[in-house]
Ligand binder design. Structure first.
Ligand code: ADP
Length: 152
């Protein structure tokens, strides 16, 4: 049987316990989850350095061969073709996420009609975690360790 491969794309700036939860639950549905950090050096200045984030995520899932981590700089729909991934994994916290995810799922499906987006509703204990709030707290020297699955 064909291996079921899902891409979990995102900025992951930083990768949080909410993201970790989506990956672990995603492995109940898929044989492999590829965490793909989207990167466009011109467009968007990151807060956490991208290669450091790759290392943090790799350490988080060390020893689990079903999880891969990579950086990409192209359309997610194209990345999926390259890796034979027929699924995009995303998390939903609230209606704001829904509105956004709804439109990108339509576009991704238009660009690659073999691709199905699959959404997991956030676990309630992680619903309030967002990368942007973590960046803000970290910037002013607040302790964010409870929200991250690795030590900064
Ligand atoms: P993007 O910039 O593509 O939105 P993010 O890194 O912010 O990337 O998020 C990647 C995915 O993880 C998105 O589908 C987002 O909704 C989801 N996500 C973010 N935080 C959480 C959380 N706490 N619980 C569940 N899903 C989450």
């Amino acid at each position: 049987m064909e291996k079921k491969i899902a891409i979990f794309p995102g900025s992951f700036d930083p990768f949080t316990k909410g993201h970790e939860d989506i990956v672990i639950r995603g492995l109940k549905l898929f044989d492999e989850v590829i965490i793909a950090i989207g990167y466009n050096s011109q467009k968007h200045k990151r807060y956490f350095e991208i290669n450091e984030m790759v290392d943090y995520i790799k350490n988080t899932f060390e020893g689990n061969d079903s999880i891969k981590v990579m950086v990409y700089n192209e359309l997610t729909a194209e990345l999926a073709k390259k890796y034979n991934a027929r699924f995009l994994l995303r998390g939903l916290r609230n209606t704001t996420d829904f509105e956004y995810e709804n439109s990108i799922a339509q576009v991704n499906n238009y660009l690659n009609d073999d691709l199905e987006s699959v959404f997991l509703i956030t676990s309630p204990q992680f619903a309030a975690i967002s990368s942007s709030i973590i960046r803000e707290v970290h910037k002013y020297d607040g302790d964010v360790s409870d929200f991250l699955p690795y030590k900064l």
